[in-house]
Write a protein that binds this ligand. Structure first.
Ligand code: BGC
Length: 441
C-alpha cells in the first residue's frame, strides 16, 4: 500500500508544480557519455560538513579528487543565510589559495575562470541549471532570509565578495550528482538514493512524461534528471505512513513540524532519537535502569544514530559493546536482559527505515518499468554505508514488494555524487551550451 501511494504521489509531482513531493526538474539533460574531461571545482553543502573538491575527470569512468572538509557549527546552520554562503566562499578561497601557486594543482591565468558546481542538498525549485529557489530547509537547518530566495544568486554574491576566479556553472542536488557519477562508472545505473542525515532519490525521466514543464517546448525524445525530494512524502496530511507515538514526538519537537514525514522515519538525523524516546518512556514506566541516575540519556538528541549501528553489530554474547556505550556515554549499568532488549529495539528501528526505503525504490522501479530488465541503484550516505544490514534489509523489502524478480534490482555503494557528480554535470552543461542546446536553461 505504501509503495502504491508513493507511486501516485511521484506522478502527481510531475503533473503540477507546488506538490508536497515536488519532483524537481534539474535541467541535467540525459546521461553522461563517460568521456567528460577536465578540472572542475565543486562545493558541497550537505548537512554535517562543508566540502570543497577539485575533481580531475579523466574520461572512461576515471577521475581523481583532491578535497578539504570544514565543519559547520550549529550556529552557522541557524544564522543569516548570506553569512553561510560567505563561509562557503571563504572556504573555497582558502582551498584555492592553498592548492595554487608554484607546482599547485590549481593554475589560473589572469582573467581565467574555473567552472564550479555547487551541490546544495536541500529542495530548490529550478527553472535553469544555475538557479534554484530554496523551497524549505531540511535536516535541522534554519538559516534566516534564505527560504524563498535564489540560493545560486546568494552564493554568487559571496563569490564576488571574495573575488574568486570561478563561474558557477550548475546548482545540483546530492542525489542528482550521485545519479550522474554512478552512471559515469556503471552504465546500468538508473536510480540514485541518499540514505544519510537526510534521505532522497533522483532518476532520469522522459521529458514527455513531465507535464508541468510542457510550456518550455523541449523535444519529447530528450530525458532530464528529476530530483524527487521524496523525504517529503506524506508530509502534513500523514495519511500513508504508519507513525508511532515516538515519531509524532520527533516531528512536533523538530524545527519543521509536519514536514519531511518520510525522512523523519528513515534518516540518520532521527533514528537515534527514536530509540532514545523509547528508552525514556521505559525509564518513566520504571522498567529500564531501575535505581540509576538517568539524566544523561534524558537529554534530547543524546543518542547518536551511529550508536545504533554499533549496538546492532555487537558480536559478543554478553553484548560488551552495549555495556561500553551505556556506561561511557550515559553512566548507566545494564543487565544482559536490558542489553538484549536494547539491541532488539535498534534492530526494529533500523529495519523499519530500510523497508520504508524499499517502498520508495519500489515506487520508482514500478513507475519506470525497470523490474524486467533490472537496474542498478547507486546509494550513498552514512546509513547505507555504515549501518549493518541496511542494504540487505532494503533487498528483503524489495522481495516482499516484487517477489523473486526483485533480484534484478541491485543497490550498490555509489560514487561521490556531490564532488565527482557535480564535476561531471558541470562538464555536461558546458558541452551542452557549447553545442547551442537550450542555452538559457
Ligand atoms: C534534502 C534533499 C537531500 C537529502 C539527502 C534531504 O533532507 O531535502 O535535498 O537530497 O536530504 O542529503
Amino acid at each position: 500500500m505504501i509503495t502504491h501511494s508513493f507511486r501516485e504521489t511521484l506522478d502527481g509531482g510531475l503533473e503540477k508544480t507546488g506538490q508536497v513531493v515536488p519532483m524537481i526538474p534539474t535541467f541535467v539533460f540525459g546521461w553522461p557519455s563517460g568521456d567528460e574531461l577536465g578540472d572542475y571545482l565543486a562545493i558541497d553543502l550537505g548537512g554535517t560538513n562543508l566540502r570543497v573538491c577539485l575533481v580531475n575527470l579523466q574520461g572512461k569512468g576515471k577521475f581523481e579528487v583532491t578535497q578539504s572538509k570544514y565543519r559547520l557549527s550549529e550556529e552557522q546552520k541557524q544564522d543569516d543565510g548570506q553569512k553561510l554562503f560567505d563561509f562557503c566562499a571563504e572556504s573555497l578561497k582558502t582551498f584555492i589559495d592553498s592548492n595554487s601557486g608554484e607546482g599547485g594543482l590549481i593554475q589560473v591565468s589572469p582573467g581565467q575562470k574555473l567552472p564550479l558546481g555547487f551541490t546544495f542538498s536541500y529542495p530548490c525549485k529550478q527553472d535553469r541549471i544555475d538557479h534554484g529557489v530554496l523551497i524549505r530547509w531540511t535536516k535541522g537547518f534554519g538559516a534566516a532570509n534564505t527560504e524563498g530566495e535564489d540560493v545560486a544568486a546568494m552564493f554568487q554574491k559571496s563569490l564576488e565578495k571574495f573575488e574568486l576566479p570561478v563561474t558557477l556553472t550548475a546548482l545540483i542536488n546530492d542525489t542528482t550528482g550521485t545519479l550522474i557519477a554512478s552512471r559515469y562508472v556503471n552504465p546500468t545505473t538508473k536510480i540514485a538514493c541518499i540514505f544519510g542525515t537526510g534521505c532522497n532519490a533522483a532518476y532520469m525521466e522522459h521529458i514527455k512524461d513531465i507535464p508541468k514543464i510542457k510550456d518550455l517546448g523541449l523535444p519529447d525524445n530528450v530525458d532530464m534528471a528529476i530530483n524527487c525530494e521524496w523525504g517529503a512524502f506524506d508530509s502534513f496530511e500523514h495519511e500513508h505512513l504508519p507513525r508511532s507515538k515516538y515519531d509524532v514526538i520527533i516531528d512536533e519537537a523538530s524545527n519543521k513540524p509536519g514536514e519531511q514525514a518520510f525522512e523523519k522515519l528513515i534518516s540518520g538525523r532521527y533514528l537515534g532519537e527514536i530509540m532514545r524516546l523509547v528508552i525514556c518512556e521505559l525509564i518513566d514506566d520504571g522498567i529500564l535502569f531501575l535505581g540509576q541516575n538517568t539524566y544523561k540519556v534524558e537529554v534530547a538528541n543524546a543518542l547518536d544514530t551511529a550508536l545504533l549501528s554499533l549496538m546492532e553489530s555487537d558480536p559478543t554474547d554478553e553484548l560488551l559493546m552495549i555495556i561500553g556505550i551505556f556506561s561511557h556515554f550515559f553512566a548507566l549499568e545494564t543487565t544482559l536482559a536490558e542489553r538484549q532488549f536494547l539491541r532488539a529495539i535498534a534492530r526494529l528501528i533500523g529495519r523499519r527505515a530500510a523497508r520504508l526505503s524499499a517502498c520508495g525504490i519500489g515506487a520508482l522501479v514500478g513507475k519506470m518499468g525497470y523490474l524486467e530488465d533490472g537496474c542498478a541503484v547507486g546509494c550513498d550516505g552514512s546509513l547505507y554505508n555504515k549501518y549493518p544490514g541496511f542494504a540487505g534489509r532494503i533487498h528483503e523489502g524489495l522481495i516482499d514488494i516484487f517477489g523473486e524478480k526483485a533480484s534484478n534490482i541491485r543497490t550498490h555503494h555509489a560514487e561521490d555524487g556531490s564532488g565527482v557528480g557535480s564535476a561531471i554535470i558541470a562538464a555536461m552543461t558546458k558541452a551542452r551550451k557549447d553545442a547551442g542546446l537550450y542555452v538559457n536553461l
